[in-house]
Design a protein around this ligand. Structure first.
Ligand SMILES: [Zn+2]
Length: 405
């Protein structure tokens, strides 16, 4: 509990996410809730305990658009393979499945997931869109300040395996959010049914889309490494009707793209598909750290921004990313896309996530009504707003921050 009923936090810059950056800004809180945000000159008379954050920026807590906390015990996969991407994604998937089959200690796996979530919180992450294959993974976020929006992920491409996934989907309790894994692993009926369920719940629908060239080849031709892999694992079921187009076009034909759909990765997309996403209002979550580790390519960030596609940023899991840090993800994006406005990159890690979740008034922003526990002070000495965003988006793992409450 805090000692005083009201606090006035002052910093050279306050990033609100709802309007221009406040220079010499201040945030007034009462009983743990923001009651006013504005220039310090306007709020200085408030009857509140003044907390000065010289050399800092006050920003909203970050929103991680994509993670698999339940894979956190498989961190060795990304530690050992650094610098040498697999020949194609199926190589890594094989390693992942093998490692997962060996690691059966549920208590140990659960502990790894909770430690990963604690690390996300320590890194300033206030909310995370999490995906898992185990229903019990929805409890990972219990007792954490980082809000976990969990989705149970199902897969099964066709025939019996797809039907089994559909049966499982229907058997899930009404309060569990569900999704389909990806267009190369989940059949059209499963993708549609999962989206229908999400629509009925008013829930987000995150789905892996256009991550690798192998996925693109499989959807266009039915061949390539994924065809071999799926056959071998018995996941093809009966013959899968090859869509003969890119992943985004395919999902659009299935009618599952709307403003609640989050296309995760979105690396291999055409300009026409970017236009489709923009038209549908569907969001894309970029995961540059995971993409780099797996060697799948770089998402067309500038073209997404130019088209007005809502963009989020995600870490993905420790199995394909050596670090769970949105600061590092921002840093990687800036390295790969030096032409892009740093403020737009910062918005991807904050306000865009809140807006996508339908919580734009209280998540990823600083505004009256927001919990003071969602505010961060980040060490950052800068002379201008531009320099401040440039630093925030390139500080990476060197970031020093504290939660205001
Ligand atoms: Zn993922």
């Amino acid at each position: 509990m805090q000692e005083y009923p009201r606090y006035l936090y002052r910093a050279p810059f306050v990033v609100t996410g709802t309007g221009p950056v406040l220079v010499d800004g201040a945030v007034l809180t009462e009983e743990g809730v923001v009651t006013a945000v504005g220039p310090f000159a306007e709020l200085r008379g408030a009857d509140a305990k003044l907390e000065e954050y010289d050399g800092h920026v006050i920003v909203p807590g970050l929103v991680n658009g994509h993670a698999h906390l339940e894979l956190s015990h498989l961190a060795d996969l990304s530690r050992e393979g650094q610098g040498t991407p697999p020949a194609d994604m199926t190589v890594w998937i094989r390693e992942l499945l093998a490692a997962r089959a060996l690691a059966q200690d549920e208590a140990e796996n659960d502990l790894a997931a909770r430690l990963a979530l604690a690390r996300l919180y320590a890194g300033g992450c206030r909310a995370v869109l999490d995906i898992g294959n185990l229903p019990e993974s929805r409890f990972i976020g219990e007792d954490f300040k980082t809000q976990v929006y969990f989705h149970l992920e199902l897969f099964g491409l066709s025939g019996e395996v797809e039907q089994a996934a559909l049966d499982s989907l229907r058997a899930q309790p009404a309060d569990i959010c569900c999704t389909a894994h990806a267009p190369y692993s989940s059949g059209p009926a499963l993708i549609r049914a999962a989206k229908e369920r999400a629509r009925g719940q008013g829930a987000p629908f995150p789905i892996h889309v256009a991550e690798s060239a192998a996925e693109d080849a499989f959807l266009r031709t039915g061949g390539g490494p994924f065809a071999d892999f799926l056959q071998e694992k018995g996941l093809m079921g009966d013959a899968f009707a090859v869509p003969g187009c890119g992943a985004v076009s395919y999902l659009d034909a299935l009618g599952v793209l709307d403003e609640k759909t989050l296309c995760v990765h979105g690396v291999h997309v055409s300009d026409a598909e970017i236009a489709i996403l923009a038209r549908r209002g569907a969001a894309v979550c970029l995961c540059p750290g995971s993409n780099r580790f797996l060697g799948v390519g770089t998402a067309p960030l500038a073209r997404y921004l130019a088209a007005g596609v809502p963009l989020l940023l995600g870490t993905d899991s420790l199995a394909s990313n050596p670090e769970l840090s949105l600061w590092r993800e921002m840093q990687l994006l800036r390295q790969e896309h030096p032409e892009v406005d740093p403020a737009a990159v910062f918005a991807m890690a904050t306000e865009n996530g809140g807006r996508f979740l339908g919580l734009g008034h209280r998540l990823g922003v600083i505004a009256p009504g927001v919990g003071a526990s969602s505010l961060l002070a980040v060490r950052c000495a800068a002379q201008s707003v531009e320099a401040m965003f440039a630093k925030l988006t390139t500080v990476g793992s060197e970031v020093r921050l504290e939660w205001l409450e």
